[in-house]
Design a protein around this ligand. Structure first.
Ligand SMILES: NC(=O)c1ccc[n+]([C@@H]2O[C@H](COP(=O)([O-])OP(=O)(O)OC[C@H]3O[C@@H](n4cnc5c(N)ncnc54)[C@H](OP(=O)(O)O)[C@@H]3O)[C@@H](O)[C@H]2O)c1
Length: 274
């Protein structure tokens, strides 16, 4: 792993780089150049999913990079129609990625209307014991979903990947994750770029001579979240990695904490019906 990015310890003893690169909505055309730019920049953690349709491109960029497998952290996710077919779905993803093992495999959504997330969690343990994933976790799980799996299965997810950005701080769920030893991963860390327009963020960025994106990403790091901003724009991919030569002070952190307004940019897992 690159020295500059801190790692966070997971409850199974594995380490995850705190900053990664997300590839949701990155097209087949853009995926190889975007991931290649990210790897050249120094990112060593890539977050994809079966449903993003770009696992092959992620795999190609990894192969082209010539980087050692041990230097990379790769996450992919189980789609909602595969809750009863987890091992096969994991193998399909690995095939597309051209890897023998992912570092982290996640149940993408609890999707209680369509799937069976407790059944899926049982099978996720098999994915890990077969060596198809080093660590296993969940995404978009609220307390009710975590409680449902922990009531019947001892294995605690290593992470819970949830929508989290300054205007959706998710304090209760983050605290609940922490109380169970689950690391919080913050998806849509820039609020799909909407939080970049916030006046308080821009004021701090101007004061520090940084960009709004760098200030928000720095806030995530200092709050302990794992983040993986997405961009297909080379200068932004590089900008989002330059986070390790400045710090936010207590007043800056508090000012960003105060922006929480329950502003979801994605789907609420309670009402998701896909
Ligand atoms: N588990 C889940 O259900 C779930 C859901 C959503 C996301 N995720 C994961 O989280 C990752 C990140 O979240 P996200 O893609 O939703 O949103 P995001 O990273 O918050 O925002 C991405 C948007 O911000 C723009 N952007 C990035 N860096 C910028 C910068 N420095 N200045 C200005 N604009 C910038 C990008 O534009 P350009 O690309 O045009 O540069 C893109 O439009 C995803 O890619 C995915 O891996 C997971």
């Amino acid at each position: 792993m690159t020295d500059v990015v801190p790692t966070v310890a997971l409850n199974d003893g594995n380490l995850i780089p705190q900053l990664g690169f997300g590839v949701w909505q990155v097209s087949t055309e853009d995926i190889v150049p975007a991931v290649s730019t990210a790897l050249e920049t120094g990112y060593r953690h890539i977050d994809t999913a079966a449903v993003y349709g770009n696992e092959e491109g992620v795999g190609k960029a990894i192969k082209d990079s010539g980087l050692a497998r041990d230097d990379l952290f790769v996450t992919t996710k189980l789609w909602n129609d595969q809750h009863h077919n987890v091992v096969d779905a994991a193998k399909k993803s690995l095939d597309k990625l051209g890897l023998d093992q992912v570092n982290l495999y996640l149940i993408h959504w609890p999707s209680p209307a369509k799937g069976d997330f407790t059944k899926a969690w049982e099978q996720m343990q098999e994915v890990r014991s077969l060596g198809l994933a080093k660590s296993i976790g969940v995404s978009n799980f609220h307390q009710v979903h975590l409680d449902a799996i922990l009531a019947i299965i001892d294995t605690v997810p290593a992470v819970n990947q949830i929508e989290l950005h300054p205007t959706l701080a998710q304090r209760e769920l983050t605290a609940y994750n922490a109380s169970k030893g689950i690391v919080t991963e913050a998806y849509s860390p820039l609020g799909l770029s909407k939080d970049l327009e916030n006046a308080a963020v821009i004021e701090i960025a101007d004061k520090l001579n940084r960009t709004a994106a760098q200030v928000i990403l720095r806030w995530h790091l200092q709050r302990g979240h794992v983040v993986f901003p997405k961009s297909v724009t080379p200068h932004r991919i590089k900008e989002n990695f330059r986070l390790f030569d400045f710090e936010l002070d207590k007043a800056d952190l508090k000012a960003i904490d105060a922006l929480d307004a329950g502003n979801r940019v994605g789907v609420d897992p309670e009402v998701a019906d896909f």
